[in-house]
Structures are given as structure tokens and as C-alpha cells.
Design a protein around this ligand. Structure first.
Ligand SMILES: C[S@@+](CC[C@H](N)C(=O)[O-])C[C@H]1O[C@@H](n2cnc3c(N)ncnc32)[C@H](O)[C@@H]1O
Length: 357
């Protein structure tokens, strides 16, 4: 689209000089493209002819220029968000389904496209690549997180065909294989929160470590030993690479296997992390097995948002009771994120002890 606007034409070699004056007075018309003609450049301005001439006179410009009306091309507008980037491709009555959120993991985006607009998935692939120049690959969620490994199916949409990326959380580079291991970029704050509580010299056990975000945060700058356990070999391979990249001060010891099967190979721990929401309660016996009186556990669950603390405390107490253990003290309760309507992912931090010491 062409627009006529007042412009100033000068030799290309003198452009920097005049541009600095125009920028200082904020009178460049930034919606229009500059015109390049022979050895000159024509700059569109937002000011009247008289005002422009008097400004240039007062600036004592000592080289030739001309002021006139020119036909400029409007700059292609860069969309500000995903909605703007795809809306022209999607009928108006379906635009309400355009997602507002998506996960960015390193240089990979994973988006959940509703069924109603799934046929427009190529447009989403293209739009996300152009919206974020640092993004290399786009996938869409093709199933819910499920199974023992807590992974989901993802469908490739655009960009480089790759599964492995490096995601940065509070300065820590975490290697993630998005096709073969669980990872949520929404837990960064939680990983750091727990790591900040861990003290020099402690032993920590992370029973469901995934790609090892908790251990990497915990061992980053403290002399702490963290045992990282997972049944998913591909997740532990990512952790191995992250350890090499981050060179943590503490020690991270990897154990591949079902934590119930390997529990007797583990030492007693000062803190035990159970981030397997929905199932963590089934492993309280494993936690008791590696706990000493007063050990602290981080118990994660999906609970209703009505009385989440009460609900979590009840589940934990019942399961500890089966092992003849009790809660010694509730240290903190953290709502992490909304996991479904009226449901939250939460963490109860408590010290535990055997019922009869
Ligand atoms: C929710 S994800 C881990 C999240 C991770 N702690 C984080 O914060 O990013 C749960 C992990 O537990 C692992 N897992 C499930 N059952 C397990 C078991 N019985 N023993 C060890 N790991 C298990 C899965 O492979 C998965 O990587």
C-alpha cells in the first residue's frame, strides 16, 4: 500500500547527520519505508512543511536537501502476538479458539491447538516461527501427559526436525528431549524455591527427577549430594549432559530404575522430593524408607482449589500412618499452578518422623 507523506531527500552519505536531528525531534514517520533513489535517501516525516523547513534552518544544515511530498510504501506490520499472526487465516467465528498460551522450551515451542481449529495447524507452525526469531522448531500437543514416564505425544509442525534443546532456568541450562522426557517450563520458580531451602552438606533424594531440574538447581553452587532417580533412561541421558554443561559445585548421582526397586541402594536423606503429582502418595513407603526422623519431604499433588492444604495434609497423613510415620511439622504449602479447572498443582513441605521414636 502506498501513502503520500512529506519527506526530506538528501544524499545517502549525509543521511546519518540529518537522521540524528529528525530522531531527536521524534518526527520520522516510522510506519513508512524510507525510499532509496540513486545516491539519495528520502525520509518520511510527521511534521508540516513550514515546521520542517524552519527546523532544518535552525539546525544550520550546510548541505543540499529537498523537501517535498513523496509516495512511500507502508512498512509490513510485525504481529505483536499469536492472535495477530494467525487471525487472517482463521474465520472470524473460530478466532475465539486461538490459544493465548504455549510452552517455550529452549528454542522449541509446543502449542495446544483446540480441535475446532486443528485444520489450521500449518498456519500456527509458520506464525510461531515468524513471531519468535529465536524459535527453531514448533510442535503441537497431540495427547495428554500419560503413562509411567509422564510423556505426551507431540506432532511436528514446522522448523528444524529436532527433539533436543537447552532450556535456561535461573541461569541453569537444562538439556531437554521434548519427544522422550517429561518437562514443564512452568516449574522453574518451584525448582529454585526448593533449591534455596537446601543447605550445605545435606543429602537430597529426588525420587522422580525427570531431566533433573531439581538436582541441577540444588547442586549448582552448594556442596550438596543429590541422588536423582528416574525410570526414564532418556531423561537421565539429558541430565548427564546438563551436569557436564553446568559443572555443579555439589554432586549429582544418577540412578536409573523404579524408585521402589532401587530404594535400598539409597542413603538416608535430609530432604526427599516427590514430584509425581497424582501418584506421589503411592510412594510414601519409599520416602519413609530413605528418611530419618525429622527428614523433610516435598510432597506434590493435584488437589481441588477449595481446601488444598487440608486435602494434601489428609492424604499425606493417611499414607504416613500406613508406615507408622507421622507429620512432625508442616513447614510450607505452595500453590504452584492451576492444573485443570478448579484444580491446582501444589507442594506440601513437611518434616516427618516415625510414630514411636
Ligand atoms: C512429573 S515428572 C518429573 C518432574 C521433575 N521432577 C521436574 O520437576 O521437572 C515425573 C517423572 O517420574 C518418573 N517416574 C514415574 N514413576 C517412577 C518410578 N516409579 N520411579 C522412578 N521414576 C518414576 C517419570 O519417568 C518422570 O520423568
Amino acid at each position: 500500500m502506498k501513502y503520500t507523506s512529506l519527506g526530506i531527500q538528501i544524499l545517502y552519505s549525509k543521511a546519518e547527520n540529518i537522521l540524528s536531528i529528525l530522531r531527536k525531534h521524534r518526527i520520522i514517520n516510522v510506519d513508512l519505508e524510507f525510499i532509496r533513489k540513486d545516491k539519495t535517501i528520502i525520509i518520511p516525516v510527521n511534521i508540516t512543511d513550514d515546521n520542517l523547513r524552519s527546523l532544518l534552518e535552525s539546525a544550520a544544515i550546510d548541505f543540499d536537501y529537498s523537501v517535498d511530498v513523496f509516495a512511500f510504501i507502508e512498512k509490513a506490520k510485525q504481529p505483536k502476538n499469536l492472535f495477530e499472526a494467525v487471525k487472517d487465516a482463521i474465520p472470524e467465528n473460530l478466532q475465539e479458539y486461538i490459544p493465548k498460551a504455549y510452552d517455550i522450551i529452549g528454542d522449541i515451542v509446543i502449542i495446544d491447538i483446540p480441535e475446532e481449529i486443528l485444520s489450521y495447524k500449518p498456519e500456527f507452525g509458520k506464525a510461531l516461527l515468524s513471531l519468535f526469531p529465536s524459535i527453531k522448531t514448533v510442535y503441537r500437543k497431540a495427547s495428554a501427559v500419560s503413562g509411567e514416564l509422564r510423556i505426551r505425544e507431540i506432532e511436528y509442525l514446522s522448523g528444524e526436525k529436532k527433539c533436543v534443546t537447552a532450556h535456561t532456568e535461573h541461569g541453569i541450562k537444562i538439556i531437554v528431549n521434548v519427544c522422550r522426557a517429561y518437562f514443564s517450563p512452568r516449574l522453574g520458580h518451584e525448582h529454585k524455591r526448593v533449591a534455596d531451602k537446601c543447605k550445605e552438606g545435606e543429602i537430597i533424594i529426588d525420587l522422580f527427577t525427570g531431566v533433573g531440574s531439581f538436582p541441577l538447581h540444588i547442586a549448582k553452587s552448594k556442596t550438596i549430594t543429590v541422588h536423582a532417580i528416574d525410570i526414564n533412561k532418556d531423561a537421565l541421558k539429558c541430565l548427564e549432559k546438563s551436569i557436564k554443561n553446568n559443572k555443579p559445585k555439589g554432586m549429582i548421582i544418577l540412578t536409573h530404575g523404579d524408585c521402589r526397586h532401587v530404594k535400598d541402594t539409597l542413603p538416608k536423606a535430609d530432604r526427599i522430593i516427590l514430584n509425581l503429582p497424582g501418584k506421589a502418595h503411592e510412594y510414601i513407603d519409599v520416602a519413609c524408607n530413605v528418611a530419618s526422623p525429622g527428614s523433610i519431604i516435598y510432597f506434590y499433588q493435584f488437589v481441588s482449589d477449595l481446601k488444598p492444604l487440608e486435602e494434601m495434609k489428609k492424604i499425606l497423613e493417611e499414607k504416613l500412618n500406613e508406615q507408622n510415620w507421622i507429620i512432625e511439622e508442616i513447614i510450607s504449602f505452595e500453590k504452584i499452578r492451576e492444573s485443570a479447572p478448579r484444580e491446582i498443582h501444589a507442594c506440601l513441605e513437611a518434616s516427618i518422623t516415625p510414630q514411636h521414636k
